[in-house]
Write a protein that binds this ligand. Structure first.
Ligand SMILES: Cc1ncc(COP(=O)(O)O)c(C=O)c1O
Length: 400
């Protein structure tokens, strides 16, 4: 029987962009959550070397000993008592989250999830047969991930609280205080606190990323960290992610993995080892580019009166409130994204995909040129919808 779960809305946008491009139609893609940077040279060379050396066979299920040790070291430096045995390398962070859902959630169980949420988090909970109890974070608070409303939604059936910080699609983050409160509440009730920190490097305005790694020593059986090489190192296609937690959590997620994907790709892991062994400068350059592009997006959106966009604290998405642009012909975020694609050839993702109508998600991980042209079209269409656009001069000059 089909699960009833539909294709990921973000992937559907990516697919639509690819279709249009195949038809020869130029699309400005502010939809994809994929850095425009190439993968670091050190990763590419290491993978090529691994292929040349015949690292083309199955590895141990949990990932290479080298990669697991390097990952554990990275998070030990943040205070976690984790070793290679607490580390599982997965086929992207997506598989890590899915395996956790399959290992720890069953029909009748609940997982508490904040919204807006990355599309796959509640979907994976449902695929495991459990209920995703969604809790809306406050727009007035910039969608900051707060512990109190999440704790209030916990019941005796709660097996996990899943947070994503920095958050896709809002860029909002959880403070270490909120994470600590959540860890304590989860520990009291025997639930897991799963923290998807795929965007850990992308934090702005001098902030420091708050990670559950810093709480692992105090809550060793409770906190689980999920991460990825996809965004931090522009290695989306390599499909390497990971989770770290108690040995019991690792064993349970590995058991699922043993029936689903087996090990992550052998030579892709060689590339991942290389970037952990020697930090490539490209990663910091990517974060710096995103910080600059974030300013461009915020400045351009200010040109449309009525469109409100809290500055994202992290990740590489803006999540503006576009309710001022909705009308009878275009009543929701999905139809507005359709209009953007039809009239300006700009791809964006509807907020409804993330459980938050009235917003759209704009990715600023694309190139400067694509971003500038995309924002031009976007501002034109949104401005037509509200009947007003402030000139770029009045808004403080064109984005550079
Ligand atoms: C919040 C979040 N978690 C996990 C992932 C998946 O990352 P990976 O490519 O490692 O599977 C994504 C990808 O968009 C994401 O946005």
């Amino acid at each position: 029987m089909p699960s009833g779960e539909r294709e990921s809305a973000t992937m559907a946008v990516t697919r639509r962009v690819a279709e249009l491009r195949r038809e020869g139609i130029e699309v400005l893609d502010l939809g994809a959550g994929e850095p425009d940077f190439p993968s670091p040279g050190t990763a590419v060379k290491a993978a090529q070397r691994a292929l040349d050396e015949g690292r083309t066979k199955y590895t141990v299920l949990e990932g290479t000993a080298e990669l697991r040790a390097l990952l554990a070291d990275r998070y030990c430096a943040q205070g976690a008592p984790w070793s290679a045995a607490n580390t599982l390398v997965t086929v992207g962070a997506k598989a890590a989250l899915y395996q956790l859902a399959r290992a720890f959630l069953s029909p009748g169980d609940e997982a508490v999830v904040h919204t807006p949420a990355w599309v796959s988090i509640p979907a994976q909970v449902r695929l495991a047969g459990a209920e995703a109890v969604t809790v809306a974070m406050a727009a007035e608070d910039g969608f900051a991930i707060r512990a109190q409303p999440l704790i209030a939604a916990m019941t005796e059936r709660t097996r996990a609280v899943i947070v994503n910080t920095p958050c896709n699609p809002t860029g909002a983050v959880a403070s270490i205080l909120d994470l600590e409160r959540l860890a304590s509440a989860c520990a009291e009730r025997g639930a897991l606190l799963i923290s998807d920190e795929t965007y850990e490097r992308f934090v702005y305005d001098g902030r420091r990323h708050a990670s559950v790694a810093a709480l692992a020593a105090r809550y060793p059986d409770t906190v689980v960290l999920v991460g990825s090489f996809s965004k931090s190192y522009a290695m989306t296609g390599w499909r390497v992610g990971y989770l770290l937690g108690s040995a019991e959590v690792v064993a349970a997620a590995a058991a699922v993995q043993s029936h689903v994907t087996s090990n992550a790709t052998s030579f892709a892991m060689a590339g991942a080892e290389a970037v952990l062994a020697e930090e490539p400068p490209e990663s910091a350059a990517l974060v710096a580019a995103c910080a600059r592009r974030r300013q461009v997006v915020l400045r351009e959106l200010e040109r449309v009166p009525g469109v409100v966009c809290p500055p994202p604290a992290g990740a590489f998405y803006a999540f503006p409130d576009v309710r001022a642009c909705l009308d009878e012909a275009c009543p929701d975020s999905a139809s507005l994204c359709g209009r953007l694609l039809d009239e300006a050839r700009v791809a964006a993702t509807p907020g409804s995909a993330f459980g938050c109508e009235g917003h759209i998600r704009l990715s600023f991980a694309c190139s400067d040129e694509e971003l500038a042209a995309g924002l031009d079209g976007l501002v034109r269409v949104l401005g037509r919808s509200t009947g007003r656009v402030v000139s770029s001069f009045a808004a403080g000059g064109r984005a550079g």
